[in-house]
Design a protein around this ligand. Structure first.
Ligand SMILES: Cc1ncc(COP(=O)(O)O)c(C=O)c1O
Length: 389
């Protein structure tokens, strides 16, 4: 086996957060000085300002900042009165937090299979799963790709169930020009540091056009307080508030989000032009979606061997996600049977390096490494076929 020479383009990280954070560092330091001077560390002007900007960016009437993306989903479910005795539909191939939020709300998760090309739920899959106990669908905008949200919204409305968007991975994604998060009763975002819009700690947000949902989420995330009266508690809530440091980081990064998203899209064009092998294919983007490309996910033969070879070549990759939610031990009790596509694709998913500052040479290097590795895989399988004649 010939040894690959590692050129100066390696190592290639899966993501480069330092480059993004360095860009906003000066803005954040300046804003942070003001926060120290006022000593208003949680909520306050910085948080309200970010909420206004994020609602504007999503095209919704309201944005309520919360502590993280998991609680954004859980608080929306609770705000909608969804809990014990209710079933909530969600895809099996999501980050575990989507399912976790459903269980924490008291409701029962019902896992769905997905389309093999896009890895997203479709209206057909959802329609077939709705029962009289279904209270909501959580549509996950996986990797920044968006399901057929207009159809799903009609289906949800005609079926009398809520549509909640898990837009944790879709900051900056649009469908026909309309932002992720704005199609459902509410959209839930995570601003975990590795997200396209990432804080310097945990952070999340709920966006909605429904004033009552916004008010309920705000109250539930602030110990169930009644508006305007810090000592009146109208519900058993929790502490899920955003702090001012995260708000100023997010405000500074939001100014650059369009530019960073454009850079991700350009990088994906280079990947699509350069990566071309019979044993690998990109996850398909739904028509009319401009993905934020939170992850660049391909389906590849002999994934584990390819990942290990790439590691040796200095290329960092990820797997989002190796085990579907319904097969994770604590969630098996909710599984209603095998989910063929989610289970089969989990063994072939591979996330390749993608971040706004990635260079063309880095992408070419990654593609070159993948090609060489897959040529070896193809050679091996031809050899195997020959030997079994
Ligand atoms: C699809 C999805 N849903 C929910 C979450 C939960 O967000 P957080 O980690 O901020 O709680 C994440 C992020 O990690 C995610 O990727």
């Amino acid at each position: 086996m010939s040894k690959i020479e590692v050129p100066r383009t390696a190592p290639v990280p899966l993501a480069d957060l330092v480059a993004m954070n360095t860009e906003v560092e000066q803005d954040v330091r300046a804003a942070w000085d003001g926060i120290i001077a006022s000593s208003g560390f949680i909520g306050g002007e910085a948080v309200s300002q970010f909420e206004e900007l994020w609602a504007g960016s999503c095209g919704t009437d309201h944005a309520v900042a919360v502590a993280n993306g998991t609680e954004a989903i859980e608080l929306v479910l609770r705000a909608l009165g969804i809990g014990e005795g209710d079933e909530v539909l969600l895809p099996a191939n999501t980050f575990i937090a989507t399912a976790e939020a459903v269980v924490l709300s008291g409701a029962t998760p019902r896992f769905l299979d997905v389309d093999p090309a896009t890895l997203l739920v479709t209206p057909e899959i959802v329609r077939a799963a709705i029962t009289p106990r279904t209270a909501a669908l959580i549509a996950v905008e996986l990797y920044g790709n968006m399901p057929r949200m207009v159809h799903l919204a009609h289906l949800a409305a005609s079926s009398g169930i809520a549509l909640i968007e898990d837009a944790a991975q879709a900051q900056g994604s649009t469908l026909n020009g309309r932002a992720a998060g704005s199609f459902g009763t509410a959209g839930c975002f995570s601003f975990y540091p590795t997200k396209n819009l990432g804080a310097w700690g945990d952070a999340g947000c709920v966006v909605t056009n429904d004033a009552a949902v916004a008010a309920a989420v705000r109250s539930l995330g602030n110990h169930g307080r009644a508006p305007g009266d810090g000592n009146a508690h109208q519900a058993i809530g929790r502490n899920s508030r955003l702090d001012a440091l995260q708000a100023v980081v997010l405000t500074a990064k939001l100014k650059r989000l369009d530019e960073w998203t454009a850079a991700r899209r350009e990088a994906m064009e280079i990947y699509r032009r350069t990566l071309n092998h019979e044993l690998v294919r990109f996850v398909e983007i739904e028509p009319h979606v401009a993905s934020s490309y939170h992850q660049n996910v391909v389906l590849v033969t002999e994934r584990d061997a390819v990942q290990e070879q790439l590691r040796r070549d200095g290329v960092r990759t990820g797997i989002h996600y190796p085990v579907p939610c319904h097969l994770q031990p604590p969630y098996r009790r909710y599984a209603q049977g095998p989910l063929a596509i989610a289970e089969e694709t989990a063994g072939r998913l591979l996330s390749l390096p993608l971040f706004p500052h990635i260079t063309e040479r880095q992408i070419e290097y990654v593609c070159d490494c993948v090609h060489r590795c897959l040529d070896q895989v193809a050679g091996r399988s031809r050899g195997t076929r020959r030997s079994y004649g």
